[in-house]
Design a protein around this ligand. Sequence first.
Ligand SMILES: Nc1ncnc2c1ncn2[C@@H]1O[C@H](COP(=O)(O)OP(=O)(O)O)[C@@H](O)[C@H]1O
Ligand SMILES: [Mg+2]
Length: 416
Amino acid sequence: MLAAPVRTPTRSRSAKPASESTTAPISRRALLSRTGFLLVPPEAIVSPESRLEYRVDRMLGEGGYGQAYFATRLGRSRSVPASVCIKASEHIDGWLREAYFGQLLDGDPRAIRVFDAFPLLRPDRPVLYCLALEYAPDGDLRSFLAASGKRWPEVAARREIAGILQVLQKLHRGQMLHRDLTPMNVFVCGDRTLKLGDFGIARHQSDRRGVRARTMNRLTAPLEILDGGAPKWQARDDVYQVGQLLGMLVKGDARARIRTGEIRRLPCTDHLKEIVYRCIGERRKRYESADELIEALRHRPAALKIGALRSLENVHLAFTGILTTRRSEAVRAARRAGAVVHGSPSAKTTVVVRGRPNPLQAAGRDAGRKLMEIKRLRERGQRITLLDEKRFWKLARPGNEKRKTENVKRKSRKPR
Ligand SMILES: Nc1ncnc2c1ncn2[C@@H]1O[C@H](COP(=O)(O)OP(=O)(O)O)[C@@H](O)[C@H]1O
Ligand SMILES: [Mg+2]
């Protein structure tokens, strides 16, 4: 890998092309070291691949690997539009990947198109690896949100993220990971249409365990990956980044990472809050791939209906919400009635007693952390009965002994 291990966000740089401010002739290398420009507007470059000529007009931006320029196609072409974005880099690595993924996703309406890929060979100069990309007139998402300062309505955010997820689904189904779904790599193409770009660090994985995470952008890389707790980047980490994008869109600000603590205050429905929480919350509980996230966006989670139960004998039980009595008293009562009590829901849980909802729940009224875990476990086929406090006390009160013994008798008649 030729690039620095951690990609730094775009450096600020004078927008004025160096060629305008320089009168004395200067070698490009000297210019680069002095100004940082790989190409000098208004120079023209020729692709030996398509034989097309492009006039480089102005710099658009810079990422960890290369620089992007607005350019005009000079010759005639039916396949390449008149305005393109020329991305230039001195490193072959990212270029190879972008050209490859460009071919793979060619024609996908939600992926930035790659029209031309060529090395630029110049005498006495290092090779410059170039791509002619679809030009995004409204730039990347981070600068778009910074310039407009507006939140996106939830419908628009959902629609556009669904579009991005379509591309990600193709990647994930083919065991590929994007690994760089930052707001600088999602582009705004007129009418608030989002497209995914910059496949410079995308990878194939040989199995679902992921790929070793060395190269990443700090802005929205999962914290577990940054602190070394999780050594491999997996599809769920791409999902984490999509959750960040969703949160940023409804918040209207992509300058900083969305924290789990701010989700309940996001200006969107509880359904979306819950989705964002599932994306960016605890890693092992995340949606595992684009497919699962798409599914969650399409369908509201099943309602948390209160169920019926005859006895607490031998059930594995957890409490959530605010109870009318002390939690310790309820725990004692549950144990007396024969239940095994857990601090929070797990793979063993069969019953959850729900008190009054805590107004400070993580992701809305029906989405405290424990309730979200119940929904996740249910999605995986676990049967969990939800009881309200009234029903719980009915079963937990000593007056209920008679029913309890009946239940045991019934059980022994019908062994499972
Ligand atoms: N197709 C494009 N249309 C418009 N702006 C672009 C385009 N591609 C890149 N840019 C601008 O250049 C910046 C860096 O480009 P990017 O492709 O992300 O490079 P890197 O691989 O170095 O991260 C982007 O954040 C964006 O501002
Ligand atoms: Mg980039």
